[in-house]
Design a protein around this ligand. Structure first.
Ligand SMILES: [Zn+2]
Length: 543
């Protein structure tokens, strides 16, 4: 080992020891720990705390949610720190402290000198004038004209144009996908990827460099994946973009997820839940403790539903904490934290430390491991409402999934309060569509029979709709999405069946007979009858 290598190596060891020490200190004081060297700065928050106060108090501002200002401090008990904290409290902030190492703090302080700090970081305060009535196809067509314009713009303005375009098309993701002779810009809208425009190599390089710079990731590194985030303002709305970079054979690929809080929180009606499901949601959320689970494959809308549940539960008398991977939307009044495997802050360690904060409601992004399942069940039994998600195909599938995750029947039965399994189906385009006779499909006919048993007053139309395609819906025949759901609450009878090791099939049978339980497919058929979606779409999603 060369001399300089050895110095680097020793530096690394010292640094790890320093971080360990900071972590131990945090544990002793019952505070969180943060590795500041890895924490992307939030320049808006940085501006709230002057460099002088940060320097005096050896503290560093992390984020602000509502009136709660999170700070990293080296030593929470040092007199100079306490003095600085007092000054911040005078500004009416509620403070939340995390312990950091001296090294991390020194590194972070250099952000005060960064170029982004010197100039106004909320750079793009753009007005977006929506042309009403303009449909996605013509919006996307307009955007292809941007191609020439962007090529001659400064990187910052070019990025601004792309961001605006994404907002105006209501894109959920922005992709910069390298191809042989440049980069293809693509937007995901309603779950479907659309090519927007092509960027020549040099233009793309300029924009990608700008994105990495603003996202606080290392611009000179392109061969390992990096994560960061950046934000901008449109029509007084602050929009965050979560940025991930990924090396590919043609160059670096960038994916940006649009985190638009105004889009995130929807009512259960807006999400498309039927009256029957909403009733179950309301009952489930009134409990004082217990586990509420949302299940479905990736992309089935679980996170959005969990956020809507949190919004329903959110009031000043309740302490709500979350453990997410990643945090998709910042929610006011809720303490959110993000899993970070590098820092050994995973669902298990995170849940343990969150429970020390005496919350009423805990959101655990996902139950993936036996240890998380055990901890979530324990929390649910000891006076907390625990919301989480699981990957299962059906609602009753939760029982065997939890059994597979090592929970015993006597853990599951008293713990789980309610299970919601969901999918998203595309809604039929209101501008085009065809009427067709009721389908003769067997599965459909069976579902109809059952619906008529459950709802004797149900009016069955003679015709339903079929997708067609027009300019407004980009020839897909669909526009927007809505949820279909199957759900059950665990009453004494169901709990008893779980204790008796009854199978999923038995439980499902019982729910259907006694509790008018509708399957995902049956719930979807209701939506077909109401002309919200089509049988084709329903079969695509449920098969
Ligand atoms: Zn259409």
């Amino acid at each position: 080992m060369g001399e300089s290598n050895q110095a680097v190596f020793l530096g690394q060891i010292n640094r790890e020891a320093e971080e360990r020490e900071a972590k131990q200190k945090a544990g002793k004081l019952g505070l969180g720990y943060v590795d500041l060297a890895k924490f992307p700065p939030d320049f808006d928050v940085l501006k709230l705390v002057s460099r002088e106060i940060a320097q005096e108090g050896k503290l560093f501002p992390l984020k602000k949610v509502g009136e709660v200002l999170s700070l990293a401090v080296i030593n929470p008990e040092a007199p100079s720190t306490l003095e600085a904290l007092e000054k911040l409290k005078e500004k009416k902030y509620e403070l939340q402290l995390f312990v950091c190492s001296n090294f991390g703090w020194e590194q972070a302080m250099s952000w005060y000198d960064s170029e982004l700090m010197q100039k106004e970081i909320v750079r793009k305060k753009t007005e977006l004038k929506e042309k009403s009535n303009q449909n996605l196809t013509s919006k996307l067509k307009d955007l292809s004209e941007l191609e020439g314009k962007i090529a001659n713009m400064q990187a910052e303005s070019a990025l601004g144009e792309i961001e605006l375009a994404a907002i105006s098309t209501k894109a959920s993701d922005i992709h910069f996908q390298p191809v042989e002779n440049g980069v293809t810009l693509r937007f995901r809208v309603d779950g479907i990827l659309h090519n927007v425009l092509h960027l020549e190599k040099e233009v793309a390089h300029k924009i990608v460099t700008r994105i990495k710079y603003e996202a606080g990731v290392q611009s000179n590194i392109a061969d390992v994946p990096q994560d960061g985030h950046l934000s901008f303002q449109v029509n007084e709305r602050k929009i965050d973009l979560r940025v991930s970079t990924l090396p590919t054979p043609f160059g670096e690929s960038i994916e940006m997820r649009v985190l638009d809080a105004s889009r995130a929180i929807k009512t259960f009606t807006e999400l498309g839940f039927s009256a029957g499901i909403q009733k179950k949601l309301t009952v489930a959320l009134q409990d004082k403790n217990g586990l509420i689970l949302v299940t479905g494959p990736t992309g089935s809308g679980k996170t959005t539903t969990l956020y809507s549940m949190l919004a329903t539960l959110n009031n000043p008398e309740k302490k709500i904490v979350t453990l997410e991977d990643p945090i998709e939307y910042q929610l006011e009044g809720i303490s959110q934290s993000q899993v970070n495997e590098d820092k050994k802050y995973n669902f298990e360690t995170g849940l343990k430390s969150l429970l020390r904060h005496d919350p009423d409601v805990v959101l655990v992004g996902e139950v993936r491991t036996p240890e998380t399942a055990r901890l979530a069940a324990e929390a649910a039994l000891t006076g907390h409402i625990v919301l989480s998600s699981l990957h299962t195909n059906s609602a009753v599938g939760v029982v065997s999934r939890l059994r597979n995750l090592g929970l015993e029947n006597y853990n599951i039965a008293p713990t789980v309060n309610a299970v919601f399994a969901q999918r998203l189906v595309r809604k039929i385009c209101p501008s085009c569509n065809e009427e067709v006779n009721l389908p003769q499909d067997d599965k459909f006919k069976k579902a109809l029979d059952r619906l008529m048993q459950v709802f004797p007053d149900l009016k069955i139309p003679t015709k339903v709709k079929k997708a067609k395609g027009c300019e407004k819906c980009s020839d897909t025949g669909y526009m927007g999405r809505t949820a279909i759901c199957e759900a059950f609450l665990l009453n004494d009878e169901v709990r008893k069946m779980i204790l008796e090791q009854k199978s999923e099939i038995d439980i499902l049978q019982f729910l259907k007979e006694q509790h008018q339980f509708l399957t995902l497919f049956e719930d979807g058929v209701l939506k077909v009858l109401q002309n919200e979606t089509t049988l084709d779409e329903l079969l695509r999603v449920t098969n």
